[in-house]
Write a protein that binds this ligand. Structure first.
Ligand code: FES
Length: 571
């Protein structure tokens, strides 16, 4: 009998073992069943996920590495989510992708898995799945695209779409020029090249210990990505013999290291919900407050869009994540391991910064305190998130009159109405966009500024929402408000004209009214009417069981690991 898990299928002389081997012989020789590890390559390549379309080539290099190390590579196409295409929002399907991938890893004769992701939700869903099955697993991030330019100026993928479209609305850019920039936006294979969610999750996965250190941020067309992929294949085989599983690699210290990295690179707020969900699958204690506590003392060292100016190609050239982490080494948990079996900090010696404009040294940070702030108050009893590094400093302490939108449709219908009673000090509130409300917690929290204010030169306002914002977006945006309006949160009670107090330093978000008055209010009828509970399929299951943003927006029955055991034979 093979010592490997796959041997439960292939070992022995009975009818079932015969069936399992016989059907797999199309391409596999007899010695494939002699006990060598079978490694799945969980591959999110898809023509409908253009950021991941090159992953089949990456999979070939992984495959060669697995063969070379004596394993058997098996391509396992898994659910893939193209951020720009999937409706109503890719986040609605993150948990479905994680659940389907988890079940397919567990259900098959697999001893370990290499996870190929890139576009925003793909690395999170793969890590959630691997954490739940707890077989040896590592990530190969697909890498960012190269920098495109338009009229001699670099374009930040995503970020510049928001910026240019606001310029059109403000009347400072012609629509013709805007449309001409379209063909320059995406220069090559790979995911968005700003420090958006995809880049953030690749970096965060590396800081968590889930990749070969030094690979995150390697541009997708760079030959070094294929070299790293080959190495990842070899490492997967070694991980199986070492029984190096997610539960043994990813500790609370690993997650805190990931939070340090998130702050130092100025990463996306989406990492909060994704890391909470992954930790939930592992049973690692992690809360929203850990992001504030651990991230608050971390300096912002990376000058990348959307908060700064450079792009991922520059980041990689300047030394990448290891150079960043070397600057904040004292803030890292020295015991936290990586998939290689060595601690993360062991990779930092000699990790130099090659361009100090892109990656600043600790002695000259872009901001002394980066990170994500968690706000509480009568508008967000379970917390809300703000990324101060992407906000306008003058708006971080603000008092303004709420202008409330009951749904995304309501916002679209009225935001540019010349008669909308709004000024630059108003606080734009959008509700009905949380996990249940939309459903799926879309990236709509950066609601557009009213056209008349844009035309008057206003470029930022305080915005509050129970949804998320794109990692490529920026602004003074309070998001992930929990509980959301559709779950009975006080965001459903606020009315246009109420005064909102935002105090980021004091970590407060309040409506300036007495608690008794707020308690006496009924949820706004229009907000209730805008929420139509789905009656079938995934959406119905999702809305019934999804948790709130403050705990990662996973489904309540998917929290925790189920391990790799399958209860019954298939015949
Ligand atoms: Fe795929 Fe941005 S759309 S990473």
């Amino acid at each position: 009998m093979s010592p490997q898990r796959s041997g439960q299928w292939y070992g022995g002389t009975d009818r079932n073992a015969y069936i399992h081997r016989a059907w797999m012989r199309r391409g596999l020789p007899s010695h494939a069943f002699d006990g060598r590890p079978h490694i799945a390559i969980a591959n999110t390549a898809s023509d409908l996920t253009p950021c991941n379309a090159h992953l089949n080539e990456v999979a070939q290099s992984v495959s060669q590495g697995i063969y070379e190390a004596g394993g058997i590579p098996l391509n396992l196409p898994v659910v893939s989510l193209g951020e720009t295409l999937v409706r109503p929002t890719a986040m609605l399907w993150r948990n479905m992708a994680a659940m389907a991938t988890e079940e397919m890893i567990r259900a098959n004769p697999i001893d370990g898995v290499v996870l190929l992701g890139g576009c925003d939700k793909t690395i999170p869903s793969l890590l959630m799945a691997a954490a739940s099955v707890d077989l040896p697993a590592l990530v190969v991030p697909g890498g960012p695209m190269l920098t495109g330019t338009f009229q001699g100026v670099p374009l930040g993928c995503g970020t510049d779409v928001w910026r240019l479209s606001e310029e059109v609305r403000a009347g400072t850019l012609s629509e013709e020029k805007f449309l001409r920039s379209e063909s320059s936006m995406i220069r090559s294979r790979g995911h968005c090249n700003t420090m958006g969610t995809a880049s953030t999750m690749a970096v965060v996965a590396e800081a968590l210990g889930a990749t070969i250190p030094g690979t995150a941020g390697t541009p997708a067309p760079d030959s070094r990505l294929l070299e790293a992929s080959h190495e990842a294949g070899r490492l997967a085989v070694e991980m199986v013999s070492a029984e190096r599983r997610p539960s043994t690699v990813f500790t609370r210290g690993s997650f805190l290291n990931a939070i340090v990295a998130l702050a130092a690179v100025g990463g996306s707020t989406n990492a909060v919900v994704h890391l909470l969900a992954i930790a939930g699958r592992l049973g690692v204690e992690l809360t929203q407050d850990d992001f504030d506590r651990t991230g608050a003392g971390v300096p912002l060292l990376v000058d990348l869009q959307p908060a700064g100016q450079f792009l991922m190609e520059d980041f990689h050239r300047a030394g990448g994540l290891l150079a960043v982490l070397n600057e904040v080494k004292d803030l890292l948990d020295p015991a936290a391991m990586t998939v290689t079996g060595k601690p993360l900090v062991g990779y930092l010696d000699g990790a130099e910064i090659w361009d100090r404009e892109v990656i600043h040294p600790r002695s000259d940070p872009l901001q002394p305190h980066a990170g994500i702030a968690i706000l509480y108050g009568n508008l967000a009893p379970d917390g809300a998130v703000i990324k101060p590094a992407a906000a306008t400093p003058a708006l971080l302490q603000h008092r303004g009159r709420a202008v409330v939108f009951d749904s995304i449709e309501d916002m679209h219908a009225r935001i540019d109405d010349p008669d909308l009673d709004v000024d630059a000090d108003s606080v734009l509130v959008l509700r009905g966009c949380g996990p249940r409300g939309y459903p799926g917690m879309p990236e709509v929290a950066t609601l557009p500024l009213p056209q008349k204010l844009l035309a008057a030169g206003v470029r930022d306002m305080v915005r509050i929402c129970d949804g998320r914002m794109s990692g490529t977006a920026y602004g003074t945006v309070v998001l992930h408000v929990s509980p959301e309006a559709a779950a009975g949160g006080p965001l459903g009670l606020i009315r246009t004209g109420d005064v909102v107090i935002l105090d980021v330093e004091g970590r407060r978000l309040d409506i300036d009214i007495a608690q008794e008055e707020l308690d006496a209010r009924e949820p706004a009828a229009a907000a209730v009417a805008a929420f139509a509970s789905p009656t079938r399929g995934w959406e119905q299951l999702y809305v019934r069981t999804v948790m709130q943003a403050d705990t990662g927006a996973d489904l309540d029955f998917l929290v925790g690991s189920s391990g790799d055991t399958v209860s019954r034979e298939s015949h």
